[in-house]
Design a protein around this ligand. Structure first.
Ligand code: PEP
Length: 249
């Protein structure tokens, strides 16, 4: 059975103190139901945010991990360190990492494998830029990102992946994909997974939508048959907005 998931990507926002305060409010207000809620603060916050959480439906995730296991890589944070800090998830391949830090499909594939080897669930991001959608290439781009980033995994390992479809033109822009656009892409992603693996694997894969998701549009997006939740950026910085999105299920 695939899971309903709402993950908050805090990006490079909030001091440790502010982050703990936000996590405390979300921990207090989140209802214990079948929606998995994941808080993805910056690295310095991880241990304390993980320690703040007391509800069984709440988890912590990192926003990135290194593509090497350990060693002389100044400034990097390994998957093993993230796991030891109390996190259970890690976002891999966010468009901001692909664009500003030149992360390639090959690098992301290495990160996915290190995350899995260290008992972290990767939240693997994919999505097209506006020019690619306007050129009618969005399906092809997302298929290629999935194939290069994930499709050499065993069915067992693939079964541990969460996918986040995030059209780059919708991230932080206030322009949300329509429910139809999201459903069309999520259905294609699920069918592509089924072609590579099995129907059962595809049916069990949670596919999240990300891109200007807010309390006002979450219900419509989440009511689509292939949309299993959201990866939330801006709206995850406000407890009221984030909880509003979680409660949209
Ligand atoms: C994101 O960065 O993953 C994201 C979805 O951002 P926003 O919700 O702000 O568009």
């Amino acid at each position: 059975m695939r899971k309903k998931i709402v993950a908050g990507n805090w990006k490079m926002n909030k001091t440790v103190h502010e982050g703990i305060e936000l996590a405390k409010i979300i921990n207090r207000q989140a209802e214990e139901n079948d929606v998995i809620v994941i808080l993805c603060p910056p690295f310095p916050h991880l241990t304390e945010v993980a320690g703040t959480i007391t509800k069984d439906s709440l988890f912590t995730g990192a926003q990135n991990c290194a593509s090497e296991a350990s060693g002389a890589y100044t400034g990097e944070v390994s998957a093993e360190m993230i796991h030891s800090a109390g996190a259970e998830y890690v976002i891999i391949g966010h468009s901001e990492r692909r664009t500003y830090f030149n992360e390639t499909d090959e690098t992301l594939n290495k990160k996915v494998k290190l995350a899995l080897a260290n008992d972290l669930t990767p939240i693997f991001c994919c999505g097209e830029v506006l020019a690619e959608r306007q050129a009618g290439k969005h399906m092809q781009i997302v298929k290629s990102q999935l194939e290069k980033g994930l499709f050499d995994l065993s069915p067992e390992d693939f079964g541990r992946i969460v996918i986040a479809y995030e059209p780059v033109w919708a991230i932080g822009t206030g322009v949300t994909a329509t429910a139809e656009q999201a459903q069309e892409m999520h259905k294609m992603i699920r069918e592509h997974i089924a072609e590579k693996y099995r129907n059962a694997v595809a049916g069990n894969t949670s596919i999240l939508y990300g891109g200007s998701c807010k309390p006002s549009n979450a219900k419509e997006l989440f009511s689509n048959p292939d949309v299993d939740g959201g990866l939330i950026g801006g709206a995850s910085l406000s407890a009221a907005d984030f909880i509003g999105i979680v409660n949209a299920f």
